[in-house]
Design a binder for this molecule. Structure first.
Ligand code: GAP
Length: 463
């Protein structure tokens, strides 16, 4: 198979494929869209659910030291004071007085090759005099808090302010004791959670890469302080392996260790797993050694003792090693990684070979549709058998039934959405009670007895 090189247009091609084939739509599109918000279509919701389920299976179900949690999005506002978000979760912002565009000051400096000192950036350096778009004058830098605020109850005053959580992690820390007591667990132990987070990002962009509403998959691992570095290294490797096991190309992944000057206020050590996107190496997941910052701060602000008591009766704050991934970012990277253009076409069964055929060669675990059932004609007896095949397969796997267009076109449509197997029912099937199974990647075709089809796919598909 000849692959065309991935080019710079790939994002626009992917955005258009995502819309045309029901993966991702602009939110509120019929009203002109709402910037940086997206809706997942019928295939997108399957893909993203498969990403989340693969994460949950690997982080919770296949381990005896990690349990799950689903905490509320709106929480006590003091949580965000304790976590440091009220004080620190802000980006330096400048506005253009002429064109009214808004920029992150640190991004503008980075674009000019200057490494900004985020902690101390208050005065405007000379590199931030002019707007990069229209050369208009830029305002002074101001710190802009990224948390979305809303009001609880009927009165809109300071006392009723609550925040939409900007990360799921805090819901885990404030439930540490509940989980510990109810599950009778000992260190080291992990608590995992998947859920929505909200950030009023100044410069969202690159499709679903940076949005204002997104989902996180976070796991907080509570350990003895002496073991934090060891577990940090372990999790770093395990998390990288997860992406590789789900078929991501090794050359598109790398680690990036954070320098001392860029560590978040809570982190003692941090490393990102980065993906090589068409817009550059970009963060996919962060692994952090958060020390005892979270539990000690929540103890102080809640007046509750969140220390752990070991078997020898010694009390201490566990350190936390966090693996924090984005479900939407992950889904986007899996889409990008699977996107393949085949020059010259690879179908042998169709006359209308296109110059370039597109396929999404997802790992089977991630494919939104596992099996397509394709009757060769609409004749009633063929349809009846095809329906029976569909009925039995869809008890186990998500299937699609397609009876329109030539068989070559139908194969290509399934390749384009990443379906690993197509089952074709032809007139011979009525005689020999067999069907043809076509493999997406090899395009090899096998004749399989209908009564053996379930076992055949059980051996081919992991879930
Ligand atoms: N609890 C730690 C934490 O939230 P983070 O690096 O700010 O750390 C973790 O976020 C992950 O969440 C990122 O690696 C990314 O995958 C995802 N993420 C963060 N902000 C996002 C945004 N605006 N849009 C989409 N995903 C985002």
């Amino acid at each position: 198979m000849v692959k065309t090189p991935k080019d710079n247009d790939i994002m626009s091609k992917l955005v258009s494929l995502a819309k045309q084939r029901g993966f991702i739509f602009q939110s509120s599109e019929i009203y002109g869209g709402l910037n940086s918000f997206y809706d997942y279509g019928p295939l997108g919701v399957e893909l993203k659910n498969n990403v989340k389920q693969a994460w949950w299976k690997s982080m919770v179900h296949s381990r005896k030291d990690v349990v799950g949690l689903d905490s509320a999005i709106l929480m006590h506002p003091k949580i965000w004071e304790a976590s440091g978000h009220v004080q620190n979760f802000s980006d330096p912002l400048v506005d253009c007085k002429k064109c009214k565009r808004r920029f992150r000051a640190d991004h503008l400096l980075e674009a000019q090759g200057i490494k900004p000192d985020l902690g101390t950036m208050k005065d405007k350096p000379k590199e931030l005099e002019k707007c990069p778009e229209c050369s208009g004058e830029l305002t002074e830098i101001r710190q802009f808090n990224l948390m979305f605020k809303t009001f609880m109850g009927p009165v809109e005053d300071d006392a009723s302010v609550v925040y939409l959580r900007p990360e799921t992690a805090q819901g885990i820390y404030v439930n540490f004791l509940n989980v510990l007591d109810s599950m009778r667990l000992k260190l080291p132990l992990g608590i995992a959670q998947i859920g929505k987070a909200f950030r009023n990002e100044i410069t969202p962009g690159n499709f679903t890469f940076r949005t204002r509403e997104f989902e996180q998959m976070e796991m907080q691992y509570f350990v003895h302080p002496k073991e934090a570095n060891k577990f940090f290294d372990d999790w770093k490797e395990q998390r990288m392996q997860w992406y590789l096991d789900l078929g991501m190309n090794k050359k598109n992944l790398r680690f990036r260790e954070h320098g001392k000057d860029e560590l978040a206020h809570y982190a003692k050590k941090a490393v990102d797993i980065e993906y090589k996107t068409p817009f550059g190496w970009s963060e996919l997941e962060g692994i952090h050694n958060r020390g005892d910052w979270d539990l000690s701060r929540h103890s102080e602000f809640s007046d509750q003792d969140l220390k752990y008591t070991d078997d020898a009766g010694k009390k201490f704050y566990p350190y936390i090693v966090e693996a924090s991934a984005g479900a939407d970012r992950g889904t986007l990277m899996f889409l990008l990684d699977a996107y393949t253009e085949v020059a010259g076409g690879r179908s042998t069964t169709t006359k209308s070979i296109k110059e370039v055929e597109v396929m999404l060669n997802f790992d089977k675990v991630l494919s939104p549709i596992k099996i397509a059932v394709l009757p060769l004609s609409k004749k009633p007896d063929l349809e009846k058998t095809s329906q029976q095949v569909l009925d039995s397969l869809q008890q186990n796997w998500h299937c699609q039934y397609d009876q329109t267009g030539s068989i070559g076109k139908r194969y290509r449509r399934q390749d384009e959405i990443g379906t690993p197997y197509c089952v074709t029912i032809d007139f011979e099937s009525l005689e020999d009670k067999s069907v043809t199974v076509r493999d997406r990647d090899t395009m090899e075709q096998e004749r399989i007895k209908i009564e053996e089809l379930l076992d055949y796919f059980k051996s081919k598909l992991k879930s």
